[in-house]
Design a protein around this ligand. Structure first.
Ligand SMILES: [Fe+2]
Length: 405
């Protein structure tokens, strides 16, 4: 491998022994990487200015420019670099201060296997999104906008003298943007949990009212969508479709007798499967209008139009963001491959196939009126995904669930 094709990974720590230990312990894992080291924020910025760094891993407490300052500067000047904190010191204020500038948090000391896993995962994600312009756009994102109605509901509940955590959890779990952000935070090293938390309601319980209030009022991580004017595209509909797809995907996963964690993964992957559309609409509204018009004019799928107009599709963009934010792998895969689950699941209905077909069933059922029969279109999609035998039972499951909502 030529030095140019290697990926640069920069570690920043004021203690030379720690940098030496990282170098030694990563040696067996770092094929294809060029490890670089800096002893402080200023030195790291200098390096970032001179060459492309793919992943920055920094300590927080350092003399001179500290980690938080370095992360903020790196985000501003070099948004394409993925940002990871590795620190033995976290408290609530630090977590809130860093939640917008950091993609992932690791404990210190961090076991070499875990550290190399995180770096490998971040570097692999880049293959999903090959356009550098889009990588830069997504890496820069701090948070995503929510529907104004949901935002207002959350503010109302938080403004009460005695806000109910359960209600807050319900509000958040209906909103893809809030759910993704809250799962990013709860799965960070700050909480030191040994397993991933995949359900927004569970995440809310862990965070508690005070921290969620802090996220909303101090860190401003939840924002509202500016009214996007598109006659043929409704953000409300994307949000509703996302929530229902999550609900259906969980019900189908349960009917397939997947374990409880996988059922949660199916729900969150369903809820987040179209989050890439929110990213694209919020950041490139004019281009997305072209996508909507091209889809209608040429009779092609949304993903095909996105690839033509923008150069990649919403599944790739969404998976890239939630992968950077450290959401669990099955969720990232479910989002990444929800439009081409055939290649990834190979006939065994895993989360990508479940999310893809739940999304298709939601669209078909929503547009059906009168007596419900399985339409030919659904039969085709199930056959293509290699799970034709599941059609009737999944259809029944989804119909029962949708009747309840
Ligand atoms: Fe989609």
């Amino acid at each position: 491998m030529s030095p140019d094709s290697k990926k640069n990974v920069l570690f920043v720590d004021d203690e030379p022994e720690i940098l030496a230990a990282i170098q030694d312990s990563l040696e067996p894992f770092s094929d294809g990487w060029r490890l670089q080291f800096a002893s402080g924020g200023e030195e790291a910025l200098e390096l970032l200015n001179h060459e492309r760094v793919h992943v920055l891993v920094t300590d927080l407490q350092m003399p001179g420019m500290d980690g938080a300052h370095l992360l903020a500067e790196a985000r501003r000047r070099h948004p394409e670099t993925a940002r990871v904190v590795m620190s033995g010191y976290y408290d609530k204020e630090t977590a809130l201060r860093l939640v917008c500038a950091t993609h992932q948090y690791l404990p210190k000391p961090c076991e070499a296997g875990r550290l190399s896993d995180v770096i490998t995962r971040i570097l692999r994600l880049r293959d999903l999104l090959t356009s550098e312009t889009l990588q830069r756009l997504v890496t820069r994102i701090k948070s995503l906008p929510s529907m104004p109605t949901v935002y207002v509901q959350l503010m109302e509940e938080l403004g009460k003298d005695d806000p109910e955590l359960e209600k807050i959890g319900q509000i958040i779990s209906r909103d893809p943007a809030m759910s993704a952000k809250i799962l990013q935070l709860v799965n960070s090293a700050y909480f030191g949990l040994s397993r991933d938390i995949s359900h927004p309601s569970e995440a809310t319980m862990f965070l508690g009212v005070d921290l969620i209030r802090g996220l909303v009022l101090m860190a401003h991580v939840f924002t509202q969508f500016d009214k996007v004017k598109m006659d043929t595209f409704s953000i409300e509909r994307v949000m509703e479709h996302s929530w229902l797809t999550g609900v259906l995907a969980r019900a189908v996963a349960m009917s397939e007798q997947l374990d409880a964690r996988s059922c949660d993964h199916a729900f969150i992957a369903g809820l987040l499967h179209d989050i890439g559309k929110l990213i694209l609409v919020a950041n490139l509204p004019q281009l997305y209008l072209d996508v909507v018009q091209t889809t209608a004019a040429e009779g092609i799928t949304v993903s095909e139009a996105e690839a033509d107009v923008i150069g990649c599709n919403h599944a790739e963009v969404g998976a890239y963001l939630i992968g950077l934010w450290g959401l669990p792998d099955p969720v990232v895969e479910g989002v990444a491959f929800h439009n081409r689950s055939i290649e990834i699941d190979q006939g065994q209905p895993g989360i990508p196939t479940i999310v893809y077909l739940a999304s298709e069933l939601e669209k078909l059922m929503g547009s059906q009126s009168g007596p419900r029969a399985v339409p030919e279109m659904a039969a085709d999609k199930f056959r293509d995904a290699g799970v034709a035998d599941r059609l009737q039972s999944w259809w029944d499951v989804c119909e029962t669930v949708l009747k309840r909502h």
